[in-house]
Design a protein around this ligand. Structure first.
Ligand code: G1P
Ligand code: ZN
Length: 543
């Protein structure tokens, strides 16, 4: 066995963000760049020698190259067995499922989620711990510290492994097991939802389309929807994962999933439309001419959880990220269960899920999930909706509108200013921060500020704190404006402004959200001076 020790020098930009290390492909292709980060991951772990590791990615450009490197480094670092998805494919939730099911010490997931791929696109590396959850801050900080001090890495000098063929291979003393990326995950879904009811729904003339956006969910959706649930062939569109996602932006929202949106808002649309992102953890839900806001979706799943076999006995609690709307809070109150508010990013849900404090959790950014894995899960959310529709016998629109009648409607929108100059964005945030203490008591267009702070969070399980997690401005009627900078972008800075207003009156619940939120949109600009600092008249993406 030929283990090589390669001398290297640290890079200073390997700090994991909201969701792992994300950089452009050319950055990852720099000599030793990937190797340094992978070695730093191993160096952050204790006692993993001889144990299992899960490995796979969303199939984007550089996935296959990176997998071969990581396999050889895992072998050189003493990993016992690597479970790698066939073809190098594993969706983020499927990787989480495998880590848990096969008691791996962790998993390495190669993805830049919804960011575009290809030779000039983005690439990313995420590390998940033994519970299947994205590494918590203490681990990512250790990885970052190791990456700043690294002097050498270990790699086995060996031929590439044939990752396209199922089976076991030997790489030095390590076993590589090429596994079916779909089977275990599909079994897990079948154990959660009422597949018989969904099968009946799909056989009854109910029509649906799922757009996989040429990203990782294609094979998963085909197996689950078309093979196991008997949806007609062709239900899953753009089902073949492509290295550049067909040139698209694999983000399931009204802007980037245009083809699906045109179908669902066109003549004679199907009853149900859904999409997922690059690595399969996000979801978008549409009815005929109808869009379900992710924050509402979380609230509706919580309110209807008793219709799903796995949650029929009740949910223990719910959690949402701070910028996510308070729609789910109202459901929790009615159910008499706890509702936790966490910083942005899935890693903050892990402890709450592990401790059994919450069953469902979600984010406004098209992410919902439960205690079945430790990641958000796109297909899971889509199946949850199908399960609800099958049991309630109502359309998507009817379900949502009935929810608003019961709980009130929470108008919600996120305005993104992408690719803004980094220093201008930082100045905007600093300026906001310095004025926070003056805001309470002030009136803006009839809205009185009752709270203005920079959100900080203390984890109720391990007591760790996270500070500066976004600026919250809360008004007397519960309306909110939140500002934060993205932690996942790779070009300049992205400013996100989140707007929310509660409307209990039924006859006021059918406005366009941008109209319903018009005053708050103006107030956001007044308080943060968005136009002045960014030089932009309009957001680049509105969701
Ligand atoms: C974005 C979303 C966040 C999500 C993350 C990973 O992060 O806003 O909710 O967890 O992507 O999918 P951001 O770019 O805002 O830091
Ligand atoms: Zn994703």
């Amino acid at each position: 066995m030929d283990i090589r020790t390669i001398a290297t020098q640290p890079f200073n930009d390997q700090k994991p963000g909201t969701s792992g290390l994300r950089q452009t492909v050319p950055t990852f292709q720099k000599p030793n760049y990937l190797e340094n980060f992978i070695q730093s991951i191993f160096d952050s772990q204790d006692n993993y020698q001889g144990k299992r590791l899960v490995l796979g990615g969303d199939g984007r450009y550089y996935n296959r190259t990176a997998i071969q490197t990581i396999l050889k480094m895992a072998a050189a670092n003493g990993v016992g067995r690597v479970l790698v998805g066939q073809g190098g494919i594993l969706s983020t939730p499927a990787a989480s499922c495998l880590i848990r099911k096969y008691q791996a010490f962790g998993g390495i997931i190669l993805s830049a989620s919804h960011n575009p791929g290809g030779p000039e696109g983005d690439f990313g590396v995420k590390f998940n711990t033994a519970n299947g959850s994205p590494a918590p801050a203490e681990v990512t900080e250790t990885i970052f510290a190791k990456s700043k001090a690294i002097q050498e890495y270990q790699i086995l000098d060996a031929d590439d492994v044939n990752i396209d063929q199922l089976g076991e291979y030997q790489l030095g003393e390590m076993t590589v097991e090429v596994v079916d990326p779909v089977a275990d995950y599909a079994d897990l879904m079948a154990s959660i939802f009422d597949f018989d009811a969904i099968r009946k729904l799909l056989a009854s003339g109910f029509s649906m389309v799922m757009d996989s956006l040429h990203a990782v969910t294609g094979p998963y959706a085909k197996e689950i929807l078309e093979n196991r649930l008997n949806a007609p062939a062709g239900t899953v569109r753009n089902s073949e994962p492509l290295e550049d996602f067909g040139g698209g932006h694999p983000d399931p929202n009204l802007v980037y999933a245009r083809e699906l949106v045109e179908t669902m808002y066109g003549d004679n649309p199907p009853d149900f439309g859904a999409a997922s992102d690059g690595d399969g953890d996000r979801n978008m839900i549409l009815g005929r001419h109808f869009f379900v806001t992710p924050s509402d979706s979380l609230a509706i799943l919580a309110a209807n959880a008793d219709l799903v076999p796995a949650y029929a006995k009740g949910i223990t609690g719910v959690a949402r990220s701070m910028p996510t709307s308070q729609a789910v809070d109202r459901v929790a109150k009615q159910l008499g269960i706890d509702c936790y508010e966490t910083p942005t990013g899935w890693k903050f849900f892990g402890n709450l899920l592990d401790a059994g404090r919450v069953t469902l959790c979600g984010e406004e950014s098209f992410g919902t999930g439960s205690n079945h894995v430790r990641e958000k899960d796109g297909l899971w959310a889509i199946l949850f909706w199908l399960n609800i529709i099958a049991k309630r016998g109502q359309s998507v629109e009817e379900i949502v509108k009935e929810h608003w009648q019961t709980y009130g409607r929470t108008y919600y929108s996120r305005h993104d200013y992408e690719g803004v100059d980094k220093s201008s964005a930082t100045k905007l945030m600093d300026n906001l921060r310095s004025g926070l203490s003056d805001l309470p008591g002030k009136q803006f267009r009839g809205y009185e500020v009752t709270l203005a702070d920079d959100f900080s969070y203390t984890d109720p399980i391990d007591g760790t704190t996270a500070e500066k997690q976004g600026i919250r401005i809360v008004f007397k009627d519960g309306s909110r404006i939140v500002f934060r900078l993205s932690g996942t972008g790779t070009h300049g800075a992205t400013l996100r402004a989140y707007l929310e207003r509660y409307e209990p009156n039924q006859d006021q619940q059918n406005q366009n959200p941008q109209t319903a939120l018009a005053d708050l949109i103006q107030i956001a600009d007044e308080i943060a001076q968005i136009k002045t600092f960014t030089g932009r008249d309009e957001p680049s993406v509105i969701t």
